[in-house]
Design a protein around this ligand. Structure first.
Ligand code: ATP
Ligand code: FE2
Length: 322
């Protein structure tokens, strides 16, 4: 069975193809605003303009044509409505043309399913860290649902990095550059460390950093920012692992590219005798393969409303395939 999956919740337009759950191709293009943050209508324009080209690339790499596709999957939410609509329009066009079924996939669940597939971990805790999202997700076997065990109460950690980056004139997205600068940081500056119950919050740190930016070395700021924000995330993840009795951790989302965050995750897991694996970068950020793969798992789902859901909740989907 061939499944084609389309991802378009935010910056990324991605198309992935799987055959019986095995990834054959994973093509994408990312909208990059010239200055400032994402403008939803501009991101959508990018997606409409490139949809056909990226789909063709994915088909070519998989060595098949559209007639071969048995099922179309798309990222139904959560995300920005204009971006989501682009994926929905493309999917509906293809499915109607070839008279095939559509499945609507929850974007956060797709991150964890591809992580389970890539790492081989059966039941990990997932720390999902991107620009827009910061969540700790676990599987609740009794209720057959993924639950958000903890999350950010304000901005995503990637968003924190990008906001601070803008203040020190780093290009967007600032995450990779902050990682480089942090390696040369020597002095640890005490920053607000904010965990409330299972949740984290980052806006206090952002405000504090803005106040001291002029007085401190950029390298020290980046180093302290990473050490503090990542420690909060790893502490919350460890609590989720202990509480839910899970013995493995995966880190997904764009910030999962960060080596220091992975190092902290792996040290924490080692200390508690749990398993940890690095996520392949290709599958860590938003991508079409994770949608195609999750669509394959959901092939027997009968869904009513397939339209985009900008605030699609992770715990609203019943997991029938596990
Ligand atoms: P989502 O829709 O899932 O919220 P997104 O649009 O934020 O996704 P991603 O590609 O998942 O897109 O994540 C982008 C974020 O990842 C940006 O905030 C960027 O700064 C951050 N990032 C990328 N590389 C690194 C890195 N090496 N270290 C830290 N952060 C990084
Ligand atoms: Fe994502």
């Amino acid at each position: 069975m061939y499944v084609l999956g389309i991802e378009s919740t935010a910056h990324t337009f991605g198309v992935g193809i799987v055959r019986d759950g095995e990834v054959l191709s994973n093509e994408k293009d990312v909208y990059k605003p010239e200055t400032g943050g994402i403008i939803p209508t501009e991101a959508a324009k990018h997606h409409y303009a490139l949809a056909a080209e990226i789909t063709e690339r994915a088909l070519k790499r998989a060595g098949i044509s559209l007639e071969n596709i048995d099922l179309f999957a798309y990222s139904q939410g959560p995300g920005l409505l204009p971006s989501l609509k682009a994926g929905w329009v493309a999917t509906r066009f293809l499915a109607e043309k070839f008279k095939k079924k559509i499945v609507g996939v929850n974007h956060c669940i797709a991150h964890i399913e591809i992580a389970r597939m890539v790492t081989g971990f059966e039941d990990p805790v997932m720390l999902y860290v991107s620009g827009g999202n910061t969540q700790i997700v676990t599987y609740d076997k009794e209720n057959r649902k993924y639950v958000v065990f903890g999350e950010t109460q304000d901005i995503g950690v990637g968003n924190l990095l990008d906001k601070v980056g803008r203040k020190i004139n780093l290009p967007f997205p600032a995450g990779p550059k902050i990682e480089e600068l942090a390696k040369r940081g020597k002095k640890y500056l005490r920053l607000p460390y904010s965990i409330k119950g299972m949740d984290v919050s980052f806006s206090g740190m952002e405000t504090f950093l803005s106040r001291i930016i002029a007085e401190e070395k950029i390298e020290d700021l980046c180093f302290s920012l990473q050490e503090t924000a990542f420690s909060m995330l790893i502490e919350a993840s460890e609590r989720a692992m202990a509480y839910c009795k899970k013995d493995s951790l995966v880190i997904a989302g764009g910030v999962a590219a960060n080596a220091r965050l992975n190092e902290m995750g792996s040290i924490m897991c080692k200390e508690r005798g749990a398993k940890f694996k690095f996520m392949k970068r290709e599958y860590a950020g938003d991508n079409g393969a994770m949608i195609a793969y999750t669509g394959y798992l959901m092939k027997n789902y009968e869904q009513g409303d397939l339209r985009p859901k900008p605030s699609f909740r992770t715990d609203s989907v019943e997991i029938l395939y596990r």
